[in-house]
Design a protein around this ligand. Structure first.
Ligand SMILES: Cc1cc2nc3c(=O)[nH]c(=O)nc-3n(C[C@H](O)[C@H](O)[C@H](O)COP(=O)(O)OP(=O)(O)OC[C@H]3O[C@@H](n4cnc5c(N)ncnc54)[C@H](O)[C@@H]3O)c2cc1C
Length: 408
């Protein structure tokens, strides 16, 4: 199972999956068949997470092939991504709480006897729980895990191995090609009983045996109770971002992070071939530890693909990366005489943090950073006020709007 970091490969994966997006997905999506290559799910997340292929494109393609009711389950799953992003955008403090939690848990590794050994065994797949060890190794080897495996793995990490959930989320974020600050942090919080207070997810041996078609049967090995992990309440909800409007009169450069590798915004100055382009990968900021080489490779190649696809629109790209990324962007902007830098909105997470710092540094030089929101996000995110079940009620109206949205 490989994930080629190009838009063309993402579109091909979408086309190949389309016939299965209806009843077949609804019936079989929970089966994790491992070595069989996960044939019942789309495996589109590495491309969607980087917006090599957008949610709008996926939804449109699915609706071109199936009715909304036949593909209801798949459509809902795509909107889970949108919902988590919107939820975190309105509570960015939860991302900061998570980062603080990772730092605190790493301190515990240094001071609590046995914790480091147990954490290392979990990460290398040496716990003696076959299914868990298999998924730890599958993740490290492929950069992907089936959704059900992610749920089981996280539950075993938290409730059976009793390891800090933040270290598990960090392990995922370092290795998942689709590692996403919203889906990952909130997925782990959901399993641990923090996201929906009091409601935990307990991995059960019979459920694992059934949905792995008997490949694993961890009877007697897993925790039988899952008490919610204590955590501070989320900070008060803020308004969803509305996005900025670029000023067409200003000398402009375009900046991309790995969060959105499609150009094609209606607000982009039209016909401005040769727009200065800066690529600013932030995947090294996913964790205080090193991000896995396959993630670094995917991000770099995906950004290269984006630049190559838009070669007619942008000038030869400059890459700003590592600890000096902010200074490198400042230098790029200054040498080109830019008065504004325009970019797709970088959501809460590593790139969002870096862009917050960048915004201040550019402002000090009299250069505006304008972050444009995609219509899909602008319409959907404000509905992520409560749980998914309330958000879900808005899906028919959001789908009806799709006709009016540009493909991206
Ligand atoms: C603990 C945990 C951690 C997770 N971490 C991540 C992460 O870092 N990045 C990430 O993209 N997803 C994450 N997920 C969500 C989900 O597991 C993956 O999006 C999904 O497995 C991707 O595989 P797929 O493309 O084959 O999914 P499919 O089943 O084919 O679903 C289609 C698309 O819908 C979206 N989707 C499906 N399920 C979810 C979900 N539960 N939450 C959000 N979006 C969803 C994805 O964009 C996916 O590509 C996590 C889930 C859990 C339980």
């Amino acid at each position: 199972m490989t994930f080629e970091p190009t838009r063309a490969a993402g579109l091909k994966a979408l086309a190949d999956f389309l016939p299965k997006a209806g009843g077949s997905y609804a019936a079989r999506r929970n089966y994790d068949l491992g070595a069989a290559g996960h044939p019942h799910v789309s495996r589109l997340s590495p491309w969607m997470r980087h917006r090599l292929v957008s949610e709008t494109e996926v939804l449109r393609a699915v609706l071109g092939r199936h009715s909304a009711s036949a593909a209801e389950k798949f459509i809902q799953e795509v909107y889970w991504r949108t919902y988590w992003k919107g939820w975190l955008e309105m509570r960015p403090g939860v991302w900061r709480q998570y980062r603080d939690g990772v730092a605190a848990a790493r301190n515990r590794l240094a001071t609590e006897g046995g914790l480091r050994r147990d954490w290392e065994a979990a990460c290398t797949g040496d716990t003696g729980i076959d299914c868990f060890d298999h998924w730890a190794r599958e993740l490290v080897a492929t950069g992907y895990l089936h959704n059900h495996a992610r749920m089981w793995f996280a539950s075993i990490w938290v409730f059976t191995l009793r390891l800090p959930w933040e270290l598990g989320a960090d392990f995922f974020l370092r290795h998942l090609l689709d590692g996403d600050p919203a889906s990952n942090t909130l997925g782990w919080r959901w399993v641990a009983g923090i996201q929906t207070p009091g409601k935990t997810y307990l991995a059960r041996p019979d459920n694992i045996a059934r949905y792995t078609e008997g490949r694993f049967d961890p009877r007697g090995q897993l925790a039988e109770h899952a008490d919610p992990i204590p955590a501070p309440p989320p900070p008060p909800r803020m308004a969803a971002p509305t996005g900025d409007r670029p000023d067409p009169a200003l000398r402009t450069g375009w900046l991309m992070t790995e969060d959105d590798l499609l150009a094609g915004f209606p607000d982009l100055p039209p016909g401005d071939a040769g727009l200065p382009l800066c690529l600013m990968p932030c995947d090294d900021l996913r964790s205080p530890l090193a991000t896995a080489p396959h993630v670094r490779g995917f991000t770099a190649a995906a950004m290269g693909d984006a630049a190559a696809r838009h070669a007619g629109m942008f000038a030869e790209p400059v890459t700003a990366s590592g600890h000096g990324r902010i200074e490198q962007v400042l230098d790029w902007a200054a040498t080109r005489g830019l008065r504004q830098v325009v970019m797709p909105h970088a959501p809460a997470g590593p790139a969002g943090d870096a862009c917050g710092d960048l915004c201040k540094a550019l402002a000090a030089e009299g250069i505006a950073l304008r972050r444009i929101l995609r219509p899909h996000d602008a319409r959907a995110w404000p509905h992520a006020t409560h749980g998914f079940f309330r958000f879900k009620e808005k899906i028919p109206a959001l789908l009806a709007d799709l006709g009016g949205l540009r493909a991206a």
